[in-house]
Design a protein around this ligand. Structure first.
Ligand SMILES: Cc1ncc(COP(=O)(O)O)c(C=O)c1O
Length: 399
């Protein structure tokens, strides 16, 4: 192609923000061809350090804890998908969470949703608490509770929507407005929805975070995280804490995540349609007591979900109408749903939060937020929906 006719990278970046639809941005934003040989897929820059032409004058990067071309490619991709300007990628979702929180000071407060991911609860209560950072947890559909806490003074409001594992949905726009009225900042963990179904920055969030271990990676083969923001000062702080505390990912993991993002749109469509099919069928099954899925009209915040999400993603939680031991036997007997932690991958997974992902939360705290002993969480994959239903139905009927 005539070099002169190809728009510059900067112009193309801008186009990715405005002109192209999600599935196009997923394939092209941050996925530029390599320059020297024209390789369509950029190489993995497996280097820890970079040659400098003159002392203290590196070309761009000096050491991969601070930066690497594969990080930069994934950051451009995430920023584009979340409709934000900047992004910083991490070694894990929890690395991203810790990096944000590390900018708080003794005496600062975090107001968090009660049904927060167990690891976020643990790092707030058992690590940052030791440095004088207080965190409180409550129902984020109760705006008077949030406002009361903000009045006491808070720097960060921490929101997950839909939540893990109860799939609670909270109005991001309303919470952002309330948060900003009290000069605090809103962080939204968008792991469950993925940028395909929900863009919190557009709804007023200050920082959006992902465990890219989940839908972004999508194949249960990497651990990673990312934060996206429109705030240049935050971008600088996030890069600094990644470098200063060693929260950097590996070039290979970031390359794999960029590769996986190319299929994010098609995967998310299938996760959503499979989950919708199974949620409707589970709701009718006599051995199922309760189904939590934001796409069902029976979900208490279904209207909010419809307003801020363009689809309902692939996670369903249920309470079975049976005792705990029978519940455990049932979930261990599935053929296709693999009994494993994590979620958001092409293969269907099932998890028992009380004994697996949420075991780090004290039982009384867990029960108070509604995470009952009998709750199970399905991460619906992209297999054939009839095969998935037969797997669930047969095990339930046998119990
Ligand atoms: C909603 C949510 N946020 C953050 C994390 C932490 O991510 P990671 O496991 O990549 O550290 C998880 C992990 O399960 C999660 O479910």
């Amino acid at each position: 192609m005539d070099e002169g006719k190809r728009p510059s990278l900067e112009i193309r970046k801008l186009q990715f923000m405005t002109d192209y639809a999600f599935s196009t941005r997923a394939i092209h934003a941050g996925q530029n061809c390599e320059k020297e040989f024209g390789a369509v897929v950029p190489p993995i820059y497996l280097t820890s350090t970079y040659a400098q032409e003159y002392p203290g004058k590196p070309k761009k990067y000096d050491y991969s804890r601070g930066g690497n071309p594969n990080f930069a490619n994934l950051e451009a991709s995430l920023a584009s998908l979340e409709k934000g300007e900047f992004s910083t990628v991490y070694n894990s979702g929890l690395g991203a969470i810790s990096s944000i929180l590390s900018h708080l000071k003794p005496g600062n407060r975090v107001v968090s949703i009660d049904d927060v991911y167990g690891g976020s609860f643990r790092v707030l209560q058992r690590v940052f608490q030791n440095f004088g950072i207080e965190s409180v947890f409550g129902d984020m559909n109760d705006f008077s509770w949030i406002e009361n806490e903000l009045k006491k003074g808070a720097q960060i409001v921490w929101l997950e929507t839909p939540t893990n594992p109860l799939l609670k949905v909270v109005d991001i726009k309303a919470v952002a407005e309330l948060t900003h009225r009290y000069n605090a900042e809103l962080v939204v963990d968008n792991t469950f929805a993925s940028p395909y179904f929900q863009n919190p920055l557009v709804l007023g969030a200050d920082l959006v975070l992902h465990s890219s271990t989940k839908y972004l990676g999508g194949h249960s083969d990497i651990i990673g995280g990312g934060v996206i923001t429109n705030n240049a000062a935050w971008k600088e702080k996030l890069d600094f804490s990644r470098m200063a505390m060693g929260f950097n990912p590996s070039p290979f993991d970031t390359w794999l995540t960029s590769r996986s993002i190319k299929t994010l749109a098609v995967r998310m469509e299938k996760h959503h349609s499979n989950a919708m099919t199974l949620a409707k069928k589970l709701e009718q099954h006599p051995k199922v007591k309760k189904v939590f899925y934001p796409g069902l009209p029976s979900h208490p915040q279904h209207e909010i979900a419809k307003k801020q999400m363009s689809g309902f993603s692939g996670i369903i939680s249920v309470i079975l109408d049976m005792d705990l031991e029978t519940t455990k036997k049932v979930i261990a007997s599935f053929q296709l749903f693999i009994l494993a932690e994590s979620l958001g991958a092409v293969e269907s997974l099932v998890n028992h939060p009380a004994s697996m992902t949420h075991a780090s939360i004290p039982r009384e705290v867990r029960l108070a937020t509604g995470v009952e002993d009998g709750l199970i969480r399905f991460s619906v994959g992209i297999e054939d929906p009839d095969d998935l239903w037969n797997d669930l139905n047969e095990s339930l009927n046998r119990s």
